[in-house]
Design a protein around this ligand. Sequence first.
Ligand code: S3P
Length: 164
Amino acid sequence: LIGFMGSGKSSVGRLLARKLAWPRFDTDEMVVAELGLSIPAIFAQLGEARFRDEETAALANLEIGPAAVIVTGGGVVLRPENVRRLRTLGTVVWLTAELTVLQERLARRKDRPLLQTPDPAATIERLLGERKRLYAAASDFANATSTLDHEKSAQAIPKALPEH
Ligand code: S3P
């Protein structure tokens, strides 16, 4: 699962893993466990570049077995090697949501270091503008989360997966 912050990757990933009875891996959780720090603390103390290096390493070292749901951080598509790795691992699903929905979902959230700016709504708009084409290019298909609730997304995704 790829997509912007607030697109529902964590929630849909949990539901999907339960539904398919597949293990779930979450690159944010793996980086947090590896460094023993929260994501805001990693960005504040070690910097974004270190976070990105750890994210790439987590993905590169992932051993998923025969099938799994992999939840990624919103910036995973920034590095082409991450995208290549995800595409080797399996079907890449882009969770999409309208800009206004993302802005609403992410308003006042303190756990996204990139959004701790004077105007988070404008930052979301700019980052989404920069990243949209990366999500589109990296994914096999998109699943809209503004119109479907998370449960419905988790129901729709398996139907679109090849042989499982
Ligand atoms: C990031 C998204 C976050 C987390 C970090 C950076 C991004 O994950 O990896 O704060 O660059 O979009 P979520 O998409 O789960 O919020």
